[in-house]
Design a binder for this molecule. Structure first.
Ligand code: AMP
Length: 537
């Protein structure tokens, strides 16, 4: 039996592909190949005819025959509410069924069973654990997992949970562009201001970092977790459907298997058009017309693809400008641009960035592997010639709902991490005080992402009008903890984040419970929440 080694994995849990890395015995970060011999694993989960989950390439192969039971792009859904606008948008686009989980979060239906998105992600992580253990011939327990910089607290928590479900100790969650910058800059003695432009399958992130030797300091970040290669595929698939309708007189929109095949063909054509100017797209027997097999055959040019997607790419550039502007950073002060994510292989992106910044992006960084490499370096900082220090920032503001429906920001974007802020609340009335916490940058509360509700039990008669200190703490990996203190008595942690339901449904259940006079103060708030909401915490 080989001696167990304490390797710590770095995993880039991607929307389209995932990738794992470790630092070998000579201190060199290496990518671990999947069972198929590839450096990345398709982030796809399906179910076989015996009801067993399958992951990676075999699941991707299932997409054609069983699109309703094949889950891809789930990284966009994880940690989100089913009712949120973005999830509702995906309900109409994805061939599989997106449903509401028990706590109101988005979940998926696979093989007739409801899976929450942490379970789906954990199946991908389990597969990575298994093939990595096979490759390294040792058990692996510890991991650093990357997430988009623009992930909310709920999304980060859901990924952490997925790692734990897969049997890992999640040592750290780190932002993808930050991990990429570490892999790019480690031990190079750079003194640079770097912009990381990260366009993967499902998400876009932009981060600006100051690199001083092995000191990495994020100074600004932004992005969109609903913008990536998938959106370009959707545009091209739409174009194929229109073209087929015009020439063959049949609308394929409702044919799920045809759409799944078109989507895969569109993605392939998109990738080929990064090398060639023209490609032929051929999907045999896409449908039946007048009881005869009909094929889809079409020449696609790079020019057509670019016209279909240019506005999406321009949106990424506007986001870069916004991030620079809000942080007072001049475009001309950027020393290097590092491209991350498979979608940045598209020549239009390279050209647009070069024109926009009047600077050619840096070549020589592997866009699909650099994030996982950075994560494994961060997991094994001893390989650095001088200590690695990393300072990240909060990417999306966190705040509370005001009575007028407005959002009061408590922690602003680009606040250096770790961070904390305390503010005072007055509890006048003899009733439970509820504070809804949101994350987002919209003025109207409902347009932001709901994180949860904090409840404070009613004050005693002689304590009415008491003021409480509500404290928001963000860890260095941007995970939120809220606590409440009564400064007069010194009592700590009066509150609990009791639910991830919508505030509306929570309030309804609270009101019902109060009407039934079932609230017994003496049993404490935790018991109260458990009884009313059926929650075990
Ligand atoms: P990632 O999340 O970094 O694995 O990136 C995946 C995305 O990159 C998917 O949308 C792919 O279709 C896209 N992609 C991969 N290779 C290429 C390529 N050669 N040209 C254009 N897009 C690509």
């Amino acid at each position: 039996m080989p001696k167990p080694k304490n390797y710590i994995l770095g995993i880039d849990l991607g929307t389209t592909n995932s990738c794992a890395s470790y630092v070998d015995d000579h201190g060199i970060p290496r990518i671990i190949r999947s069972s198929n011999g590839t450096t990345t694993l398709p982030s796809v989960v399906s179910i076989d005819k015996n009801g067993r989950p399958i992951v990676g390439q075999p699941a991707l192969d299932h997409m054609i025959t069983n699109p309703s039971d094949t889950i891809y792009g789930s990284k966009r859904l994880i940690g989100r509410k089913f009712r949120s606008l973005l999830v509702q948008e995906m309900v109409g686009i994805m061939p599989y069924n997106i449903v509401s989980g028990t706590g109101g979060e988005a979940a998926v239906l696979m093989g007739g069973q409801i899976f929450d998105l942490s379970e789906i992600a954990s199946l991908i992580l389990c597969e990575i654990k298994e093939y990595s253990e096979g490759a390294l011939e040792t058990e692996l327990e510890n991991v650093v997992i990357t997430v988009p910089a623009y992930y909310t607290d709920s999304q980060r928590q859901a990924v952490k949970r997925a790692g734990e479900m897969a049997g890992f100790n999640v040592n750290r969650i780190v932002n993808e562009p930050t991990a990429a910058a570490i892999a790019y800059g480690l031990n190079k003695n750079y003194k640079q201001r770097v912009l990381v432009y990260d366009l993967g399958g499902g998400t876009f992130d932009v981060s600006v970092l100051e690199i001083r030797d092995n000191d990495f300091k994020v100074i600004a970040t932004g992005g969109d977790t609903f913008l990536g290669g998938i959106d370009i595929d959707i545009r091209l698939t739409g174009h194929l459907i229109e073209n087929f309708k015009d020439h063959m007189g049949k609308d394929l929109v409702k044919e799920k298997i045809a759409i799944a095949r078109l989507r895969l063909a569109a993605e392939q054509a998109k990738c080929q058009l990064s090398i060639m100017k023209t490609t032929e797209l051929f999907v045999p027997f896409i449908t039946e017309i007048n009881q005869k097999a009909a094929d889809l055959k079409l020449m696609i040019t790079r020019d057509t693809l670019e016209k279909l997607s240019v506005d999406l790419i321009e949106r990424t550039l506007s986001m870069c400008d916004e991030v620079l502007e809000t942080s007072g950073i001049k475009k001309s002060s950027i020393d290097e641009i590092v491209l991350v994510g498979g979608q940045t292989r598209m020549p239009l992106i390279y050209d647009k960035i070069t024109k926009h910044f009047r600077k050619k992006p840096k070549k020589g960084v592997h866009p699909e592997e650099v994030v996982a490499l950075g994560a494994s370096i961060l997991a094994n900082p001893t390989i650095a010639v001088s200590p690695v220090t990393l300072k990240d920032v909060l990417s999306i503001p966190i705040g509370i709902a005001m009575n007028n429906g407005k959002f009061r920001i408590i922690l602003r974007e680009n606040t250096p991490l770790p961070a904390s802020r305390t503010f005072k609340l007055t509890q006048n009335r003899a009733e439970t005080l509820m504070v809804d916490v949101y994350q987002g940058n919209r003025e109207r509360i409902m347009e932001n992402e709901y994180l949860g509700t904090f409840c404070f039990p009613p004050p005693e008669e002689d304590e009415k009008g008491r003021s409480l200190d509500m404290r928001f703490e963000l860890s260095k990996e941007c995970i939120l903890r809220v606590s409440m203190r009564n400064p007069h008595t010194g009592e700590q942690d009066l509150s609990e984040m009791i639910t991830l339901q919508t505030p509306h449904s929570l309030k309804r259940s609270m009101e019902e419970a109060l009407q039934n006079s079932k609230m017994e103060k003496s049993t404490g708030f935790r018991a109260f929440a458990q009884r009313i909401l059926g929650m075990e915490r």
